[in-house]
Structures are given as C-alpha cells and as structure tokens.
Ligand binder design. Structure first.
Ligand code: HEM
Length: 464
C-alpha cells in the first residue's frame, strides 16, 4: 500500500521522483464546475471526457474535485479494490447521512460481516416467498387499469412501493403505508439536494424528517418482528444469522431496513420505466414478450422457475438497463495515495466509476446506441466482451445484493402490465430523463394503453 501524502492536492502533479502519470483534466465553468453537464448529459459528457483525457481524468463538480475512473479496466481496478484503498466514504458523501450504516456504506471486514448475515434474507428460498407476494400485488395493480393514458413512472412507483410494503414490512398495500413510503423517498431525494443543511420546505429538511419517521417505525416494531417467523424481509433480517450464529442488533436491523427500502424501489422503478420505454418504442419486441408469457405462463401463477424461463424478457431488461443504467455511477474515496491505470491519485480523492459509460463503448458493443436485446442472447453474449462491460448492479465486494430480487420484481410488474395491455407511444412524444438523482422521466412518461385481445397473444414475429 502506498503512503499518504495529504499535501499533494493538485491533480496535475505527481510526488517528486515518481514515475506515475499526473491526472489530466479541467475545472469547467466558474463556480459550477461541470455540475450542469453531469446533471443533464451523463453518457455524452462521460464519453467526451473519456475521448479527451482517457480513462483517468479529474473535473470539478459543484463544490469538489472528482477523479473519473472510466472504462472497464479503470472500473475494475477501483471496484476490485485489491489493496483496500477505496472506501465507501465516497458513496457516503452523496447519500450517507440519510442511510447511516446501511450495508453500502460499510467498509472491508465490517462490511463482510454484515453482508454475510444479510445474505440470509436473499436466499433462493426467501426470494421464492417474496415472488408470491410480488405476484399478488402487481396483479391487482394491473387489473385495476382501464384503457386510456397511463403515467408509467407513477404507476410503477406506486406498484413497487406497494410491493415493498408487503414484501419488506409485511404490511398491507394502500394509503396507510404512504407516510413510510414518502419518508423513504424523502431520504433518497435529500441525497441529491444542492442546499445540504435543513432549510424548512427543502429536500434536506424533508430527508432528516424522513429518517426520523423510519427509525421510529422500525424501532417500535422490532420486538414483534423478532418474535414472528414471517415471510417478509424485516422478519428475515431480524432472524438472519451467519455460519457462526452472529445476528444483527436492533440498531443494525433498523439501519439496514432504511437503506434497503430506498435502494430497492427507485432503482427498480428506473429499470422498469426503461424497459417499458423500449417496449413502447419497439412494438415487435412487445409482441415477442407477450408471446413468451402465453407460452411459459398462460393463466398460471408466477414463481421463480417460471420467471427464470422468461428469456426474451430477460434480454429486454438487460438491454434496457444497458441503454439507461438505473445507477449511472458509483463513488469511492481514496484513503491513501494510490494509483489507477498508472496515474497518481492523491489521498482523499473522490473517485467516480461510471457503469453507464461501459455500456456505450463501441469497443465492447456493436452499434451501442441501438436497442438490440439479441446481443445478450446465447449466440452473441456481447456482455461478456469484458468482465465489466455490463455492470448495472456494480461489481466487486459491494455488487448489488438485491440483483436477483430486482430482476424478478421487474419481470413480475412488466408481466402483469403487458399480459393484458398493449402500450403505445403518444404521437410525436420523446422521453426526457432527469439524471439529478436516479434516472426519472421528467413528465412521468405518459403512454396510451389498451387491453389486448386473443390475437395479440399470438402475434409475435419470428426471432430476428
Ligand atoms: C434494477 C434495480 C437495481 C439496481 C440497478 C441496483 C444497483 C446497485 C449498484 C450499482 C450497487 C453497488 C453500489 C456500489 O458499488 O457502491 C448496489 C448495491 C446495493 N443494492 Fe442494489 N440495485 C437495484 C435494486 C436493489 C434491490 C431491489 C435491493 C434490495 C432488495 C438492493 C439492495 C442493494 C444493497 C443492500 C446494496 C449494497 C451492497 C453492498 O454494499 O454490499 N438493490 N445496487
């Protein structure tokens, strides 16, 4: 491990006698730095940094300089983190305060310890139970829809929050859960607040209040959950243990639940919105997905084995997350002076890794801007062009623990919506994404929906 050189604050220089490269880059606009470009143009912006400066560069964000570690090799070096120099304090800078001691904010041994216990709440058996509840809630949401306009993101968010109420907390979906769901959303939104202290009416203050509401709720209910051998995630975390019999304390369970609720819903809503956007743009793929539902499920209930067999939908989900990564970037903090791709990185640097850029590199993907789910099919497997070519769920020790949960919840929600409905783009409509937190359509993404008839179920064109 390299030593710490706190005096070296400038990226254009390296310590005397070092053979390492300095990091190239620039400040951007006065005061704002590159904050606006980062908020509005993620892939174009990242691509231009990559082309101008190569895999490692620096830039100023709103208040701080950041190092960009771009492309699959730089991402692998940072996320594999062999020397344990990159800390989750980088993630904490953006979101940590509201998700204090959530799994994503723990480092090294302590992180391993917690992750091993939490894994028990994500086994295949547990997932099978969660899928049963997802099926019921998503089925009821789709059954209530009529023909006309649907605001996709609002519908997905509502359905996913109802699923979280049942699957995470063992509650009943509906308005009585709204205060908890709102508290959770407020915590997440606070992370992207520009004014980062509590001004009444602004995001940060709402986040502080949200955190307090969630803490009070989980603390008040924990004894009951510990005594209850339920199917929900809250009960699972209360009872989870590792091989040595270690369990979470009450505080641990509360901290993990608060982070899990936020980690799960907005990411899955972003992914499912991206899927429905692509399926509205590409009706032939909507037909293929619907034909697969008829062939694999018919009128039957969903379970994990059935969902595994939905391979066309699986390819569509992957391709949609490639084109719109629900988590466009992750951040780490260098604890000591270190090296990325031969460049000297001073201690305390905030290092950004951008999965999304990898998804668009022409060296890894054919026609990267084209929607082409077959690239994930057995004959091509472009996602294997590099270990980190496709990384919507991150990589390394902090890779998403809810990856299978997420893929299945998106499959369940999309299945219930599209089995009985066709979605169509409104004439002349173009979806605009807001990237200031996780990708969200600026207007919620209105589409037209109508119920399908028998012929729609059998109208899939031959595979291309
Ligand atoms: C499509 C949906 C999702 C996406 C794209 C996604 C993406 C990610 C990414 C990129 C990370 C890595 C963060 C880092 O490297 O610092 C992560 C971590 C995490 N995710 Fe997800 N996530 C999704 C859904 C979920 C769900 C449904 C859950 C829980 C049910 C969940 C729980 C977590 C947790 C606990 C971590 C931290 C893991 C650790 O630090 O060991 N995520 N997720």
């Amino acid at each position: 491990m390299l030593s710490r050189t706190p005096a070296c604050r400038h990226y254009g220089v390296v310590p005397e006698g070092s053979e390492l490269q300095p990091i190239p880059g620039d400040k951007g606009l006065p005061l704002l730095g590159h904050a606006l470009a980062v908020a509005t143009l993620p892939t174009e912006f990242l691509q231009s940094r990559f082309e101008t400066y190569g895999p490692v560069s620096w830039m100023r964000g709103f208040t701080k300089p950041f190092v960009l570690a771009l492309g699959p090799d730089a991402a692998q070096e940072v996320l594999t983190n062999n020397d344990r120099v990159f800390s989750q304090q980088g993630q904490e800078f953006f979101t940590g305060r509201f998700f204090d001691r959530g799994l994503m904010f723990l480092d090294f041994e302590e992180h391993n310890f917690h992750r091993r216990i939490m894994q028990q709440a994500f086994t295949r058996d547990r997932l099978a139970g969660y899928v049963q509840s997802m099926d019921v809630v998503a089925g009821a949401a789709a059954a209530a829809l009529g023909d006309g306009e649907l605001i996709v993101h609002r519908y997905l968010k509502r359905t996913l929050l109802d699923i979280a109420t049942v699957v995470f907390m063992g509650g009943r979906p509906g308005p009585q859960s709204d205060p908890l769901n709102k508290a959770s959303t407020d915590c997440l939104r606070a992370a992207s607040a520009l004014i980062r202290f509590p001004v009444p009416g602004l995001r940060w203050a709402a986040g502080v209040r949200g955190r307090r509401i969630l803490e009070n709720y989980f603390l008040a209910n924990i004894d009951a959950r510990r005594a209850f051998d339920g199917e929900d995630l809250f009960a699972a975390l209360c009872r989870a243990d590792d091989e040595a019999g270690n369990r979470f304390t009450d505080r641990d369970v509360v901290n993990h639940m608060i982070f899990l609720m936020s980690a799960a819903t907005d990411t899955s809503a972003a992914a499912a919105t991206a899927v429905l956007h692509q399926l509205a743009l590409h009706p032939q793929w909507q037909d293929r997905v619907r034909a697969e539902f008829s062939a694999e499920i018919g009128d039957g209930r969903l379970d994990l084995d059935t969902l595994d067999r939905l391979q066309v939908l699986g390819m569509v989900i992957n391709e949609s997350m490639r084109l719109t990564a629900p988590v466009p970037s992750v951040c780490r903090k260098a604890l000591v002076d270190t090296v990325i791709q031969g460049h000297f990185v001073p201690a305390d640097s905030m290092v950004i890794v951008a999965p999304w850029l990898n998804h668009y590199l022409p060296s890894l993907w054919t026609d990267p801007h084209t929607f082409d789910p077959e690239r994930f099919g057995a004959a091509r497997r472009e996602d294997r062009s590099h270990r980190l070519a496709f990384m919507p769920f991150g990589a390394g020790a902090h890779k998403c623990i809810g990856m299978h949960f997420a893929t299945n919840v998106v499959k369940v929600v999309v299945h219930h919506l599209l089995r009985d409905h066709r979605i169509e783009m409104r004439p002349g409509y173009t979806l605009e994404w807001d990237f200031t937190a996780l990708p969200t359509p600026t207007d919620g993404f209105p589409v037209l929906i109508r119920r399908v008839d028998e012929s729609d179920h059998n109208s899939a064109p031959a595979a291309t």
